[in-house]
Design a protein around this ligand. Structure first.
Ligand code: AMP
Length: 482
């Protein structure tokens, strides 16, 4: 596999230099796209040439149009049957990709459909029965439609796996593989990802046909356009401190990322009184409200959005000047996706992370992953907190925590009876997770084939991530948030 380092399409200065039909050029000109961005200059000729591709590029680099433009050209408009299937991780991204594709293909006569969870199956079933040329889908909902025989994939010629790393983090691997097995073998597979975890190599070996690897170097410059800093803060003073930082920075448009839905709700309760131009979205909210709030934020009706990763993943919002990480993300990849919401095409941005003492270890691991240090702009950590975090490093004798606070359940699922395992087996596994202390663990409940462990302070992601591939008493469990 060769990595396209040089811009093979250097000579392509304008869209008119590509062999694209006039209908597509008209769509592009209406969108105001004058010249191809780097990812488009590299990817469009390869897709037109019918190659399988693995493209390392971030959202914000112009990757949607990079596949949408050549695919709109390639589809046979006369054949009334789905020919392109795009898989994306979230509902919002599904809707957005479908809209982007429909805008590019506005004058081609092609039809497009988005299917995603939390919307009535029946509405989507009717749309699918119309046999749209392009289906953009979340993997879970696509599987539901396949099970119900609402759609046939026998004419799919192009499968796009968008934000592959995000889909793997979100646990869609199995569904993606099932869908890959259901589409015709004679097809082109295009995989886009901001990072390249090992599982992507597996997917490419198993399901792709000698793919070309393309790396978009401007990714680095996208990151370069973002000033990244952090503040070390006392957990109890974090919100007040954040308000001061926001006052000082006075962002034109900011997204505050939280690790959990509860954090979004709590922060929103505080911020809506402080600054009325704040809105909030997370995966637990009604889809209609989520879409309304996001659209209002995009239009500038709100200046601050408080969100979980899921709700804001891959979104195009022009003019986001500030990203504020209320918590250090559990997955380093999420950090890249979060900060990529700012510093988009032709813009600069600033990404600020609030780090409390118990998150410092995770933050340092993030810096190792990124390969650079993020400068500290000061902060507020009092002595009591410092020593508390030091004490918590000791793995003293365990007593289940029975305290108030944000609590989540982590489920360990076994295919067969796991009741032979003892509480201590699960506790030992959880206590050995980096960054987990006794005070973070609550009750353990062992049932026939599901064991639940209570985890405090939004640390359930740490446990899930660490234990999803580790054996507990010789067995790997399916680990997920309960
Ligand atoms: P994406 O990487 O697909 O998330 O796209 C990022 C943003 O770039 C979107 O808002 C697109 O509308 C915009 N965009 C894509 N291609 C071009 C282009 N050739 N010229 C200007 N803007 C573009």
């Amino acid at each position: 596999m060769n990595i396209t380092k040089e811009n093979d399409a250097k000579n392509i200065e304008k869209f008119k230099d590509f062999p694209l039909n006039n209908e597509i050029k008209r769509g592009l000109s209406e969108l105001g796209f004058k010249k191809p961005l780097e990812v488009q200059a590299k990817v469009i000729p390869m897709i037109l040439a019918g190659k399988d591709l693995i493209v390392k590029s971030q959202t914000g680099s112009g990757k949607t149009a990079a596949f949408a433009i050549p695919l709109c050209q390639k589809i046979d408009v006369e054949l009334m049957s789905p020919q392109v299937l795009v898989l994306t991780p979230t509902r919002e991204l599904t809707v957005q990709v479908k809209e982007d594709m429909a805008n590019i293909g506005k004058y081609t006569g092609l039809t497009f459909c988005a299917v995603y969870g939390n919307q009535p199956m029946d509405v989507q079933r009717k749309e699918l029965k119309q046999k749209p040329h392009v289906i953009v889908a979340t993997p879970g909902r696509m599987m539901d439609h396949l099970k119900n025989k609402n759609v046939k994939l026998q004419d799919i010629k192009y499968l796009v796996i968008d934000e592959a790393d995000e889909m793997l983090i979100m646990g869609f691997k199995e569904q993606i593989e099932t869908i890959l097995k259901k589409v015709p073998k004679e097809r082109v597979t295009l995989l886009f990802s901001a990072t390249m975890p090992d599982e992507i190599n597996h997917l490419s070996r198993e399901y792709m046909n000698n793919p070309e690897n393309i790396e978009i170097e401007s990714e680095v410059s996208t990151i370069d356009k973002i000033e990244q800093i952090y503040y070390a803060v006392d957990g109890l003073k974090k919100v007040d401190f954040m308000k001061k930082v926001i006052e000082k920075e006075n962002p034109r448009k900011a997204i505050m990322f939280c690790n959990t839905q509860e954090q979004v709700d709590n922060l929103f309760e505080i911020f809506k009184k402080w600054d009325r131009s704040t809105c909030a979205v997370h995966g637990g909210m009604d889809q209609k409200i989520r879409t309304e709030k996001l659209n209002a934020f995009k239009k500038g009706e709100y200046r601050m959005l408080i969100a979980t990763d899921v709700a804001a993943r891959g979104l195009h919002v022009q003019g986001v000047t500030h990203i504020i990480n209320y918590g250090v993300p559990f997955e380093p990849e999420s950090y890249i996706h979060r900060i990529g919401r700012t510093g988009r095409v032709d813009e600069r941005g600033i990404a600020i992370t609030m780090v409390i003492p118990s998150e410092m270890e995770r933050f340092k691991a993030l810096e190792i992953f990124l390969g650079y240090e993020i400068p500290c702009k000061g902060g507020h950590v009092d002595k009591r907190q410092k020593s508390e975090s030091k004490n918590r490093n000791g793995k003293e004798r365990f007593k289940p925590t029975n305290r108030k606070g944000q609590k989540a359940l982590v489920q360990f699922m076994a295919g067969r009876d796991n009741s032979a395992l003892k509480t201590s087996d699960f506790l030992t596994a959880v206590r050995n997770v980096e960054g987990i202390y006794n005070a973070d663990i609550g009750k353990v409940d062992i049932r026939e084939n599901i064991t639940t462990v209570e985890i405090f302070d939004g640390k359930e992601g740490l446990v899930i991530n660490a234990l999803k591939t580790k054996k507990i008493k010789g067995k790997v469990y399916r680990v997920k948030k309960g």
